[in-house]
Ligand binder design. Sequence first.
Ligand code: SF4
Length: 251
Amino acid sequence: MDPQYQHVVQFSGGIASFATAVRVVKRHGPERTTLLIADTNAEDEDLWRFAQDASRILDIPLVRVADGRDPFQVFHDEKFLGNSRFTPCTRVLKIIPCLRWLTENADPEQTTLYIGIDASTHDRRRIPPIATNWRPWRTAFPLCEEGEPALTKEELLDEARRMGIEPPRLYEMGYTHNNCGGACVRAGKAQWILTLKTFPERYAMAEAQEEEFRRKNGDYAILKEQRNRVVYPLTLRELREREQARQGANS
Ligand code: SF4
């Protein structure tokens, strides 16, 4: 392989992208490998500790790119509130800054982009659209390759621990992903209730931002709920009030 060939790992700060980086370094060495991460201005502080540890233990540079806004600033600017199906924050805060860096630093003919998709059936379905979106860069998904054992998230976390690196604390706290500090708009009700308990200040911020968005733009909400076969917006405020009433009734 050309010694100038680059291996760029799209590093989200999650365990699957770390495991991906481990495999890339094993295969190609650290010299031409880069950890590329987009800062959404909403990440848990421990994500940055993990990212630094990953860079140090794998001996590869961590390149941090950023739009500068956070997800709610994007929703206000785009007049679109992110939800489980549509997330303008992903495009603005992650894809565009990474694309800009790739355009300036990585010749598509001389670069492979590695994505941390884990081996679960659900995740594998994301591969074709992701590969299309990143063209003209060639993409690879090491955790899903033939011959690679289909490890669970728990097994990937154990693998990191065996390497002497402490996984991001959000997993230990019950989150399935380490993104946007547990306040990702893709999450469902159960995760938002978890965030209400573990990071009440983050929940309060998201609730206040959602209320402001509604004042300006109408009856939209991050969450939805079906009642009598009709789908309604479910606001974070309503979810919190319900949860607090439920806890009050149980105490
Ligand atoms: S993790 Fe969630 S909230 Fe954060 S940028 Fe991605 S989709 Fe948006």
